[in-house]
Write a protein that binds this ligand. Sequence first.
Ligand SMILES: NC(=O)c1ccc[n+]([C@@H]2O[C@H](COP(=O)([O-])OP(=O)(O)OC[C@H]3O[C@@H](n4cnc5c(N)ncnc54)[C@H](O)[C@@H]3O)[C@@H](O)[C@H]2O)c1
Length: 696
Amino acid sequence: MPGAHYEVVGKTAVITFDNPPVNGLGFDLRHAIVTLVDRAQADDNVVAIVLTGTTRAFSGGADIREFGTPKAGQEPTLRTVIKVLESSVKPVVAAIDGVCLGGGLELALGAHYRVAATSARVGLPEVKLGILPGAGGTQRLPRLLGLEKALNMIVNGTIVSATKLADTPLFDLVVDTDVVASATAFAEKMAKENASHKRVRDLKVNQPDAEALLQVARANLAAGAKRFPAPLKCLEAVAGSVSLPFDQGIEQERQLFLQLMSSPESAALRHIFAAERAATKIPGIASDIALRPIKVVGVIGAGTMGGGITMNFLNAGIPVTMLETKQDALDRGVATIRRNYENTMKKGRLTQAQVEERMGLLSTSLDYADLAQADLVIEAVFENMDVKEQVFIALDKVMKPGAILASNTSTLDVDAIANFTKRPGDVIGLHFFSPANVMRLLEIVRGKKTADDVLATCIDLAKKIAKQPVVSGVCDGFIGNRMLHRYYTVTNDLIVEGALPQQVDKVLEDFGMAMGPFRVGDLAGIDIGWSIRKHRAAQNPDQDFSMVADKLAEVGRFGQKTSAGWYRYEPGNRKPIPDPVVTQIIEAYRAEKGVTPRKISDEEILMRCLCALVNEGAKILDEGIALRASDIDVVYLSGYGFPAFRGGPMHYAEQIGLYNIARAIGQYAQESDKAAKFWAISPLLVKRVEAGGRWA
Ligand SMILES: NC(=O)c1ccc[n+]([C@@H]2O[C@H](COP(=O)([O-])OP(=O)(O)OC[C@H]3O[C@@H](n4cnc5c(N)ncnc54)[C@H](O)[C@@H]3O)[C@@H](O)[C@H]2O)c1
């Protein structure tokens, strides 16, 4: 039947889940389990029941395709299924391999016995979605693992290998042979030996100083509870396993679960969970399209980005050849990579052998001919079109047919770069973020002529090197930097009009941004934007590109590297200290521009910054540069420090109301002619307000 298969092996009914890819507990599977367990009860030839999945997954938990649909709550719910298992007269054994997560583990906890393969991995990761295990997990896991272990797993959402838990009562048996055969033999033995079968709900939680332990854990979690309420609620639910009778504990778990389900933080985290998965799917490209094999990689340029990009592949076991124009640049690049690995080793996160293994995958060259066999090459040379042209012409000459030619450019036209070659279909942008070995985001820039399989291969590759891919069309700044440019223009205007950097930073950090824009400026270096603006001004003498930052750069305040920027810094300390000199520079700038400062409220600062991001995001969406509003959220969360519990700028805009965003933009646009131009509202935003206030 749909969802699961039934087979009698010896005297055991084996019920095998069949809901690819991970046996999510959707309606069909839940319904099949109940039906097939009933069938086994009625079958006189059957003495025991084994539930199992595949080697990939016993069950990955709830079926995310059902989220938000009526099927998610349709009976039999998971709680009903678990009751059916628990009350079975014939022993029920879960035979677990692959992942057994969330609802999948809760289901297994409802069985009388559990037999796991050594390769199985179990966990209750619901907290990562801002919720808690809502089908008895917080009550049953502590009864088997003890309070402390279960609490840690539930509060942190950690996933643990079955071998690590082999000596706990969670498993009756952990085997490295056929798990279903072992479970079947075990089930028949239990059927023969025992008249009644143990139920986890009847056990007591074993923990001597439970209350003291809970108090310490509570104190540790209290600080973060405002932004992430789920961990503390997880703790309260688990506490019920000690202090309450089982059914009351379940009832309390239910109440806490429902509270979290309706919290904005959980809505944001669930949105991002779904958004990250959606970002890897491209409309019009089949999910089974043949991918190009990527076994050998070339990187051009061994500077800041080239080195970081290279490390991603070495970490994934993929050999890299780095190419430069001069040997000393290569030597510096290799030395930096080694130093980075050795620093990680000093922190205990890599062994010497692992460092050497990674360095062993790295080779260097000054000759393009050495890249002839690479499956993919990523260019990370100076941001200059003439240099890119030379590089892509050289690559076109040597690369084998079918190789992918990628550029890490931040600002240049990927279509123009593609046209330097005779194979524009093989060219793509792979925009890594600095530090490229650390930042999760990878903007994959799809040129007009980029072939579908090239795009699909790069998305797949991103996952292999632990990056979060988001596809962007070609435009100035792609998704992330194009929006950031608008945000920085607003933060500059705010200080010209009357705010101070420390006020703006505080507002945005209180909102949850990892760092305020002026602190970011000090970290990244104020001189970089200054030199870009000088260059632009020289090319367009009639336009005003100036910003307050230029006045700081002119007096040598480049940021942290000169111990002075938007803030001042004490030697050896990165703590920003507001500086009256900066206030004077800002005041002088205002006077120069004839601006009379006004008092700007924190609310206005936040709203203007959000409106700038959202209006540009809407334009990006309208132009088809981003495929979905949720892709923009993924960019902002994984690349720009936007707070996860707000779900990204586009999600947050829906929460506070697209109507309110549009109304504020309309008001800002009326302030001056310049403002009217800057705040020209996105036609898509207007349409979405009229259509009910959602992006899709
Ligand atoms: N730095 C960032 O934050 C960042 C972020 C994303 C993308 N990018 C982009 O990455 C690229 C590289 O930036 P970076 O910060 O690593 O610059 P970088 O100056 O640190 O490194 C560039 C390297 O390229 C080498 N190089 C120059 N011309 C070359 C050629 N013809 N052949 C081979 N090697 C050559 C240089 O010797 C240098 O080592 C640029 O396109 C930049 O826009 C930078």
